[in-house]
Design a protein around this ligand. Structure first.
Ligand code: SAH
Ligand code: SF4
Ligand code: F3S
Length: 446
């Protein structure tokens, strides 16, 4: 049997796409190999969101070249957003690459592998959803659902519209059928994926809405948890906030990317909302789901960001009190509007702002997490704890990682009493029949 090895960079959409690549390769008779050096087909599913993502990937690619020098028959493939953004240039810069394809062309990889021609080829037109390919799930109880591809926004810093193209939604009936199949295969938690999930369905005829899709998926028997990423604040409406309150499977967690707390910078970013409008969305969500966990993305050092602008970001982060945040230093991306802007922020200044931001994020997340201490929460078990294999690890509906003493299998939903909380993780013991289970008293390192 020929063997393949896939390395995935970037976001959850890429993780999803890689599962589909693997499923497709296995249907062609390939098997997964743990080491790159043992694979006949070495694949990279790339990301280009920030400069660091590019650099990391190129280092890996050099290793593939070394393997190919030793074994020239090895096939090297490059897919994903970086490949899409440089297109055929891949072959000029890295002549040892055999096949390159964008996120809408994963199925062409099969065509390439089964054709007689071994000349290098690139495929970059959007042709189909990777969600239509067979999948190979990393965990049998968690599934991705690609509800749309592409993005119609024009955020000035972002390369994604040029790598993933215009937004295209999949029909709701098809999505519900896919979730039914997942549920019958043991999936308990499904994560809806799109660049802007809550603009879902506007391109469909008849039009569909994200909130209605949530309720259709909520009705599928066996699905205990629904998550989604990422919504855009401009499209966050009351129907979605209500869905969190009323639909039992929709989790009490919303990832609402802020990017900046300064309306002036938000405008330059072309986010189409200002600080007040964003805060109003937060109030709306909290009105319907008071205990909701909110997380966000923030960029520091966008061109022209002054100390006063940055302080406004700090203020919003302080006032909202996020349960967690991903923080990024602005990175100019080829072909984007912001890359042409004046007012580049010195790296040292951006780093200093980042440090101040992280301090506020962590302090507020730590404070927010204390509300869970003493409560008993439902946890979906994922496996052994990473820090102490004698304990278990799982996630709450609020998307908090919990390390706990107990006995359960991956995929089980258990009750855990929370004893302590840091900004990142919770710790506790499993409850059974209203009492701590015997295993919860085992000594632990935590
Ligand atoms: N479609 C999603 C995710 C976009 S990428 C959304 O809109 O939320 C994830 C995050 O990366 C973004 O939210 C943004 O905070 C960050 N990001 C995107 N482009 C960036 C850039 N050029 N420099 C720094 N951070 C960036
Ligand atoms: Fe990029 Fe903005 Fe689209 Fe998100 S909404 S993918 S940040 S252009
Ligand atoms: Fe990266 Fe593309 Fe995702 S640029 S973050 S892999 S959409």
């Amino acid at each position: 049997m020929p063997g393949y090895h896939v390395t995935t960079f970037g976001c959850q959409m890429n993780e999803h796409d890689s599962e589909r690549m693997k499923g497709m390769l296995e249907s062609l008779g390939y098997e997964e190999r743990p080491a790159r050096a043992d694979a006949d087909l070495i694949l990279f599913n790339t990301c280009s969101i920030r400069e660091k993502a590019d650099e990391r990937f190129v280092a890996h690619l050099q290793e593939a070249r070394a393997i190919k020098r030793r074994r020239p028959e090895t096939v090297v493939g490059v897919g994903g957003c970086w490949a899409q953004s440089v297109k055929d240039e891949v072959f000029r810069r890295f002549p040892f690459v055999d096949v390159a394809f964008g996120p809408g062309q994963v199925h062409k990889l099969a065509e390439f592998l089964t054709s007689d021609s071994l000349t290098a080829q690139g495929f970059f037109e959007f042709e189909g959803f990777t969600g239509h390919l067979p999948e190979k799930r990393a965990r049998e109880f968690q599934g991705w659902l690609q509800i749309s591809v592409g993005c119609n926004c024009r955020c000035a810093y972002c390369i994604v519209p040029s790598t993933r193209g215009r937004e295209v939604s999949r029909p709701a009936a098809e999505l519900v059928a896919e979730v039914r199949r997942m549920a019958s295969e043991g999936v308990r938690e499904v994560t809806l994926l799109g660049q802007n999930v809550n603009s879902y369905g506007r391109d469909l005829r008849p039009r569909a809405s994200f909130a209605v899709l949530l309720s259709a998926i909520d009705a599928v028997e066996g699905i205990a948890r629904i998550r989604y990423t990422s919504p855009h604040p401009k499209d966050m409406r009351e129907d979605v906030a209500r869905a969190h309150a009323e639909l039992p499977a929709v989790c009490e967690h919303v990832h609402l990317p802020l990017q900046s707390g300064s309306s002036r910078i938000l405008k330059a970013m072309r986010r189409t909302y200002g600080r007040e409008r964003y805060l109003d969305r937060v109030r709306l969500i909290r009105e319907h789901v008071p205990d909701v966990a909110l997380t966000t993305d923030v960029i520091v050092g966008f061109p022209g960001e002054t100390e006063a602008d940055f302080r406004e970001t700090l203020e919003v982060v302080e006032d909202v009190g996020y349960d967690g945040a991903f923080t990024f230093i602005y990175s100019p991306r080829r072909g984007t509007e912001a890359a042409q802007l004046d007012g580049r922020i010195e790296h040292a200044v951006a780093v200093e702002r980042m440090e101040r931001l992280v301090e506020v994020v962590q302090r507020r997340a730590h404070e927010r997490a204390q509300r869970f201490v003493g409560r008993t929460l439902e946890v979906l078990v994922e496996g052994p704890s990473r820090t102490d294999p004698a304990r278990l690890r799982g996630r709450t509906r609020h998307n908090k990682v919990v390390n706990f003493a107990g006995d359960a299998r991956p995929g089980d939903l258990v009750e855990v009493r929370i004893d302590s909380a840091t900004s990142q993780t919770l710790a506790g013991g499993q409850m059974k029949g209203g009492h701590l289970s015997a295993t919860a008293f085992l000594p632990s390192l935590a």
